[in-house]
Design a protein around this ligand. Structure first.
Ligand SMILES: [Fe+2]
Ligand SMILES: [Fe+2]
Length: 158
């Protein structure tokens, strides 16, 4: 398999993941509206299908992010990166365009999303810091245990 093939497949998986994820949220949104319109059974069809779309999206994620490559730190770092991209690059650019097009509703909505993405990034960063501290503390305990064990072994062999 050439590098080209792998990279095109990864791109396709990313696109498929995006599509399945969108289908999931869109069907849940449609289900909510169906309920408001009194179409309870149709809402149910949307909700059950949405659940399957989540399974489809997770299937793609299994290939994009193999579980043995994901550590807690790595996942938090990726989340921080994504949220930071949203509030520092993506939304500011979208806001600029919305302003130019005088779409004031979109500008307001984007402003709210910028705030939320920033909050999410900060929250993840705090969580990562706490996880790192816990990890360091655990490593220290492990080191102490290892030292005790080595001392005990040394005594026996003395
Ligand atoms: Fe699907
Ligand atoms: Fe977010």
């Amino acid at each position: 398999m050439s590098q080209q093939t792998i990279s095109q497949t990864i791109q396709n998986l990313e696109a498929a993941f995006a599509g399945e994820s969108m289908a999931n949220r869109k069907y849940l949104y449609f289900a909510r509206r169906c309920r408001e319109l009194g179409a309870v059974e149709v809402a149910g069809v949307f909700e059950r299908t949405a659940e399957q779309e989540t399974a489809h999206a997770f299937g793609h994620l299994d290939l994009l992010y193999p579980q043995n490559t994901l550590t807690v730190e790595k996942m938090l770092e990726m989340a921080i990166e994504g949220e930071t991209h949203e509030y520092t690059e993506m939304y500011p650019a979208f806001r600029h365009t919305a302003l130019e097009e005088q779409n004031h509703a979109a500008v307001q909505e984007i402003d709210e999303q910028i705030e939320e993405s920033k909050e999410h990034a900060e929250n993840f960063a705090t969580t990562l810091e706490m996880a790192a501290k816990r990890f360091a503390a655990l490593a220290k305990v492990e080191e102490r245990h290892a030292n005790h064990y080595r001392d005990a072994l040394n005594k026996i062999s003395d």
